[in-house]
Design a protein around this ligand. Structure first.
Ligand code: CTP
Ligand code: MG
Length: 379
């Protein structure tokens, strides 16, 4: 049976405010919509994900979802039910559909498992949480207390057999439905409840958004990457090393400026981010990188990490050569690397060693450098 996720993201986010609707705003570098999509595509039971956005939101959605495997981006309607109807038109006649709010960026996979299991003997299934606070009516002063016994908070994703949801939406004339389970219940269909999750809290206000940002920052995981680079001596100096010019009788051969330190650190950052290597990003065959200043490569790797909501904690590099002497230039190299990466000086380490005259560096044929980078990225 095909299981499709439908992410509704056609709202205007009026309660949250701001220029860009909340679903397209990033937390920890990733838009709410993209996080909602990722939670669905990463679940093994889900076959396809479709997204519903407003008529003037297509460009925002495409930017937020760049590089992601989305079945289609459908134009939604003025009400949520209209948006879901439009989304259903893009998916098959039968199977299971999980309707999910883009405004709920953290969906634990276990909730999806529970919903799918519950559909075995129900027309629909929703995650619910009990109400913990005392409930009342009133405005400015309390009018009456409301018994909270038996009251449930209904979250998304909500799972339905596609035909049942189509039928229920066809029956419903109510434009004000805030979710699909209410439409299903109004149509007399059976909607089971499963345990919801505090992580599924919907982002409605600016305060909710700030809390979600803090949550995303706390979920960063530490990753390390290593880099290694070699350039052969050729012609006359000076050479570039660690982003600074160093006087030396020999020059270094290379397509770019042959800065082994910046290249090794760039590769270490790309490695930590799982983003391939420097040759993929800046192919030596591409004439535009001929003689290029390597600080551009390093800045690009840093931007990649930050663009994914990551933080660069530390880089450490060992230069391997007999000459030139690195010691006198170490602090200037550290300062330049820290400047390019926009991280504090203590977060950069530059070391050097000889190889006791052994091997190609020992024979003075070239310079090698190895580096390790520690970053934190969204898990
Ligand atoms: N939604 C939708 N189509 C609509 C209205 C809402 O697809 N016509 C989506 C929203 O994008 C959101 C989800 O339904 O992902 C839950 O709605 P809500 O939190 O109310 O979001 P908004 O309607 O955007 O916010 P607000 O009500 O504050 O304007
Ligand atoms: Mg709304």
């Amino acid at each position: 049976m095909t299981i499709t996720a439908l992410i509704v993201a056609a709202g205007s986010g009026s309660r949250m405010g701001g220029d860009t609707p909340k679903q397209f705003r990033p937390i920890g570098g990733t838009a709410l919509l993209a996080r909602a999509v990722d939670a669905m595509t990463s679940h093994p039971a889900i076959d396809a994900v479709h997204v519903v956005v407003g008529p003037d939101q297509r460009a925002l959605a495409e930017a937020a979802l760049a590089g992601r495997d989305v079945g289609s981006i459908v134009t939604g309607g003025a009400t949520r039910a209209d948006s879901v109807r439009a989304g259903l038109a893009a998916i098959g006649e039968d199977g299971i559909v999980l309707v999910h709010d883009a405004a709920r960026p953290f969906c634990p996979p276990a909730v999806i498992d529970r919903l799918i299991a519950a559909l075995k003997d129900a027309d629909g299934a929703v995650p619910v949480l009990a109400v913990a606070d005392t409930l009342a009516t009133g405005r400015g002063k309390l009018d009456a207390m409301v018994a909270r016994d038996g009251l449930l908070r209904v979250q998304t994703p909500q799972a339905f057999h596609v035909e049942d949801l189509r039928y229920a939406l066809g029956q419903s004339g109510k434009a004000s439905a805030t979710d699909e389970s209410s439409v299903m219940v109004a149509a007399g269909l059976k909607v089971a409840t499963v345990e919801g999750d505090a992580m599924l809290e919907k982002i409605t206000t600016a305060d909710d958004f700030a809390r979600a940002e803090a949550l995303a920052a706390g979920r960063l995981v530490v990753r390390t990457g290593m880099g290694f680079d070699v350039h052969a001596f050729e012609g006359d100096g000076p050479i570039m090393m660690g982003g600074i010019e160093i006087a030396h009788e020999r020059g270094l051969a290379g397509h770019s400026d042959a800065d082994v330190v910046l290249h090794a650190i760039t590769d270490a950052l790309l490695g930590a981010a799982g983003e391939g290597d420097i040759g993929q990003h800046f192919p030596p065959s591409d004439p535009q990188w001929k003689g290029a200043s390597s600080d551009r490569f390093l800045a690009h790797a840093a931007a990649l990490v930050r663009g994914r909501g990551g933080l660069i904690d530390h880089v450490d590099c060992t230069v391997i050569c007999e000459a030139p002497k690195v010691g006198p230039h170490r602090e200037a190299m550290r300062a330049r690397v820290a400047e390019i990466l926009v991280i504090p000086l203590p977060a950069v380490s530059i070391k050097a060693t000889t190889t006791e005259r052994l091997g190609f560096t020992g024979r003075g044929e070239g310079i090698a450098a190895q580096a390790i980078a520690t970053v934190r990225l969204p898990g």
